[in-house]
Write a protein that binds this ligand. Sequence first.
Ligand code: URA
Length: 425
Amino acid sequence: MSTFDVVDLIRTKRDGGTLSDDEIRWLIAAYTDGRVGDEQMAALAMAIFFRGLDDRELPTWTQAMIDSGVRMDFSSLSRPTADKHSTGGVGDKITLPLAPLVAACGVAVPQLSGRGLGHTGGTLDKLEAIPGWRAALSNEEMLAQLEDVGAVICAAGSGLAPADKKLYALRDVTGTVESIAMISASIMSKKIAEGTSALVLDVKTGAGAFMKKREDSDALARTMVALGKAAGVNTVALVTDMCAPLGRSAGNAVEVAESVEVLAGGGPADVVELTLALAREMLACAGVDADPAAALASGRAMDVWRRMIAAQGGDPDAPLPVARHTEVVRAASDGWVASMDALAVGLAAWRLGAGRARKEDPVQAAAGVTWTASVGDPVRAGQELFRLHTDDADRLPRALETLEGAVAISREPVERGPLVLGRIT
Ligand code: URA
């Protein structure tokens, strides 16, 4: 491979030029093995933040990040595979009921997930609230579980897209995360390296989402779908509302409990609706004609959940941890819930100990926020609105402060808007 001068590449991007495919491939390889320094990549990331990457540069950049590590291969499985990625929202526990549901319909779901950072929770943190459950699986264990049970939710190994791991950490501390090009390449390099043949993206939009504006969410969805298709992955995106948090819980054990309710045929309507909408898309992308609502109603999805948890050492019948301290926030007036601030709810759960500030921080399994009414529901003055859960009473005052003004109550009935706002293919 040719060698380039990284300072020339930084100048090119800074001045609005484009990088050749060879330059991009060299750059990503050289950054991964340390020949290009963090300070140089930081300057380049800032240039890309302002200048973007064009329709040729971006797929090459994404492929170079995939090529920096291993690519998983599920072609030996007897059933097709489909995966889901959500750009992250408050109370977004959808992966938990979705993976076993789609598996119950005949599609294998290799769901490599992460831990939470900041106000959106991490799927692995939630599942670790289940006594005995372990996130780390070898590739062989993962393949065996996919063949046997059909669904795996586990930690992504360090060999997947290591260039992204390094670059994402750098972007995080240099104010260069919010670039549609770099977010798309980051997410899609990991998803494509995971080796799924079909992928459904849940791109959140609104106050509690990474992308607050609808046009930015649509642009992100379009860019990621194009990258997936260019890499031969059948990719579809749903753009979904994240103004209000999903369901009735945000945290770890509390979200597992809600997911189990959904699998048992109950649970909040919005969680059921989004789980079924994403399941339909995953099945269609994988080319399987099945009815996920029937699989949910019959208990087949619950059976897969129980086997999936047990296969990873978890006890699906064990009681979930309960917080040592709770505190209640009550409605100030009669009326209907007009809005609930997803960001405030996410921050409160985080402050109660459900999330972490630094990668190495532990999380509390029982911490979180639950609520009894969501947008459109009637409430009475004095009714319990929120319940805060934590093992550490010192955390309650700041979490309570965060929830001040988080709910607006209207005197007139309020209708909740649609959850699925757009579909991008
Ligand atoms: N999530 C990712 O994996 N990468 C980004 O760049 C942003 C969110």
